[in-house]
Write a protein that binds this ligand. Structure first.
Ligand SMILES: [Zn+2]
Length: 189
């Protein structure tokens, strides 16, 4: 991890470029994520503006493999994102509450970039991520279809209504119309 530390205080007053490569289990080292594999090149352009201020331009390019939401098989996501942040030595505490500005304690001579790189890349993962239509693992899809057909009526939740009806009416004939529709659907399959 030492390789991801920027030695801020030692930087000259101009722009320096640093390159890193994130692969293997980088995204699972601190805590487990859904990333199964990765290869991401990071380029940091660090410009020291003043004694205490640095502008960091981060470019991330590569790919991640994560499970598809639909079939759980490997899904490759391209990573191509940039992030710009101003880092300033100020006070005694780390403060990352502002957008685009990171305040680091004056006593720090180094800044560990691990978390910034990690978060910047992980934020590119869309909330819903699936293979294109028709490209999911067919075996897994067949298996999941079976599973859903078996469990759908319970999962939909109207069973509570049915119980309430039978308790209050004491009538065996009372059937929630939604249940009826679901049963028909199921019989037709
Ligand atoms: Zn899929």
């Amino acid at each position: 991890m030492a390789g991801f530390k920027l030695r801020l205080r030692s930087l000259p007053f101009d722009t320096q470029v640093f390159s890193y490569h994130l692969d293997g289990d980088f995204f699972n080292r601190v805590e487990k994520t859904e990333v199964r594999s990765s290869s991401v090149d990071i380029t940091l352009e660090v410009t020291r503006k003043t004694e205490n201020t640095y502008v960091i331009q981060m470019a991330c390019k590569g790919w991640l493999i994560i499970p598809c939401d639909r079939c759980l098989d490997d899904l490759t996501l391209d990573v191509d994102t940039d992030y710009r942040i101003t880092v300033r030595h100020e006070g005694d505490e780390l403060d990352d509450s502002r957008d685009g500005v990171l305040l680091v304690p004056e006593a720090w001579s180094e800044l560990d970039m691990t978390e910034l790189m990690r978060d910047t890349v992980l934020l590119t993962i869309p909330i819903v991520h699936c293979h294109a239509d028709g490209e999911c693992d067919p075996e897994m899809m067949a298996h999941l279809d079976e599973h859903w057909t078996d469990t759908e009526p319970d999962a939909e939740g109207p069973s509570d209504e049915v119980e309430d009806l039978s308790e209050s009416d004491k009538s065996d004939d009372a059937i929630d119309p939604r249940w009826e529709a679901l049963r028909k659907l199921k019989d037709n399959n």
